[in-house]
Design a protein around this ligand. Structure first.
Ligand SMILES: *[C@@H]1O[C@H](CO)[C@@H](O)[C@H](O)[C@H]1NC(C)=O
Ligand SMILES: *[C@@H]1O[C@H](CO)[C@@H](O)[C@H](O)[C@H]1NC(C)=O
Ligand SMILES: *[C@@H]1O[C@H](CO)[C@@H](O)[C@H](O)[C@H]1NC(C)=O
Ligand SMILES: *[C@@H]1O[C@H](CO)[C@@H](O)[C@H](O)[C@H]1NC(C)=O
Ligand SMILES: *[C@@H]1O[C@H](CO)[C@@H](O)[C@H](O)[C@H]1NC(C)=O
Length: 428
């Protein structure tokens, strides 16, 4: 598959699961034919997962909300769940993989691991990959929306074929549809620009790719270095509060050895509750990994910066801030976790790096960002900020133009991988 934007082309060795129809097309059609005995056991049929946390597969469960030309899993969730989004998530999965040099996680998992939970599994690429890596483990992948997870499976199969492994059975993943956000929005929290986009922290010098200071001018007035950027991740611990109280749980019938939450900023608002629930659903000694990223937008009067600031303000207003404050140590420790460790990796955004490896990675990352700008902003900006679809699209188009014409010099994204462990002696 070849994806081309005005200035960037990217070849994928394998397809990333796009088809031009709705993402549900093939899979839904088959499940409808077969009823809930689909080979994916997406409903709560499996003894080992949680009957109550899943809904049975009825046609109304599969309906999506169509709005402004995109499909959404429900009336409020800010991200779409169509084939375009599936493609983006698959590309982003490659970026995450690349960031870790091909590893799926930073958690030191024993090979004997038995149960793995992927919260917000999206396109399903990670869940399929981890199931392949730990064939003895049961992998439960939960998402709010129905995705064409068969595309992820076919992709994995093709990859194996290319490596000469033709007869490998893909392990079953238990795909569940459930809304794991039992807490709803939080009280309005002020989000500073730094928390939202870290724009003041260019830190060219951290990349090791181009340590030349001076010259180009643009971002030079911004004083920054790696440690100041680090600081911006360490806000004071000030968890937002919730309206009302929730005593319900996720209802998984058996605990997990590993819970994985990637790219879920903005999907949950009350992270204190999320981590508490993760803790309750882990075996003693079990690992939690939470992964997210932030862009650094240096260019002071760029459209990109303006759009991001607007978007972050609107997201906070909606009660679901799209920040990464939930990666802070204090959140994990408050829930009882130990052995907190954050691994920080800067990934180039755009085709600017000189070496082939980073060049390809930067391009891939750019494609996923370009794909995500409108997807991320459209619903929030039209629903909560009174913009029209056309206005949002125009602004987003301008951002894409900026990205492709090199207005933003040497952009990077900070990827953060946090792992933490439930104490071995806690068998609650
Ligand atoms: C799906 O769930 C049913 C009911 O629990 C079970 O009998 C069946 O073996 C499961 N199928 C797969 C492929 O796991
Ligand atoms: C867990 O079960 C309770 C009680 O049946 C239910 O209200 C709640 O929504 C369930 N949680 C999830 C995540 O489905
Ligand atoms: C839609 O899903 C999100 C994400 O889980 C949830 O927070 C929200 O309450 C849901 N909205 C509705 C109307 O069900
Ligand atoms: C890619 O960039 C990273 C960090 O910016 C650097 O450590 C690495 O050496 C680069 N890769 C190559 C092949 O130059
Ligand atoms: C890096 O930033 C920190 C915090 O702003 C500052 O204290 C430090 O002096 C800076 N270091 C360099 C080498 O500029």
């Amino acid at each position: 598959m070849r994806i081309c934007l005005t200035a960037v082309c990217l070849d994928f060795v394998q397809g990333v699961g796009a088809d031009s129809q709705g993402v549900m097309s093939k899979r839904t059609a088959r499940m409808m034919e077969e009823g809930s005995s689909s080979r994916h056991n997406i409903s709560g049929g499996s003894q080992r997962s949680s009957p109550e946390s899943t809904r049975s597969l009825r046609s109304e469960d599969l309906s999506v909300v169509n709005e402004n030309g995109r499909a959404y899993p429900n009336d409020t969730f800010f991200m779409p769940c169509d084939s375009q989004e599936q493609t983006r998530l698959s590309i982003l999965h490659r970026v995450f993989l690349n960031a870790l040099g091909g590893q799926l996680t930073t958690a030191p998992l024993p090979s004997t691991i038995e149960r793995i939970l992927d919260v917000g599994s999206g396109s399903g690429d990670w869940a399929v990959a981890i199931a392949l890596e730990y064939p003895g483990a049961e992998v439960v992948a939960v998402d709010l929306a129905v995705w064409d997870v068969e595309a992820a499976e076919e992709d994995a199969k093709q990859r194996l074929d290319e490596q000469g492994m033709h007869d490998v059975e893909l392990p079953e993943v238990t795909w569940e549809i459930a809304d794991l956000d039992m807490w709803g929005p939080v009280e309005h929290v002020e989000v500073t620009v730094e928390e939202g986009i870290e724009d003041e922290h260019v830190a060219k010098s951290v990349t090791g790719l181009n340590t030349q200071e001076g010259g180009k001018g643009r971002a030079n007035s911004v004083q920054s270095n790696r440690s100041s950027r680090r600081e911006s991740w360490r806000r004071s611990y000030n968890p937002p509060s919730r309206r009302g109280s929730v005593n319900l749980g996720w209802n998984f019938s058996e605990p997990f050895d590993f819970i994985h939450i990637r790219g879920m900023k903005g999907a949950f608002a009350y992270w204190t509750g999320v981590y508490r629930e993760c803790y309750a659903n882990l075996v003693p000694g079990g690992w939690l990994e939470v992964v997210d990223f932030q862009y650094h937008i240096a260019q002071p009067d760029s459209v990109m910066r303006e759009v991001f600031i607007n978007f972050h303000a609107v997201a906070s207003k909606s009660g679901y801030p799209v920040t990464t404050t939930h990666l802070q140590r204090e959140f994990f420790e408050a829930a009882g976790f130990e052995e907190y460790e954050m691994i920080a990796i800067d990934i180039p955004l755009g085709a600017w790096p000189g070496d082939d490896e980073n060049h390809t990675l930067g391009k891939m990352h750019l494609v996923s960002l370009v794909e995500s700008i409108e997807a991320t902003a459209l619903r929030s900006m039209t629903k909560h900020a009174g913009f029209t679809k056309e206005e949002v699209q125009e602004r987003c188009g301008d951002v894409v133009q900026e990205l492709l014409t090199g207005v933003h010099d040497q952009l990077e994204t900070s990827f953060r991988f946090v792992r933490a462990r439930k104490p071995l002696n806690d068998d609650k």
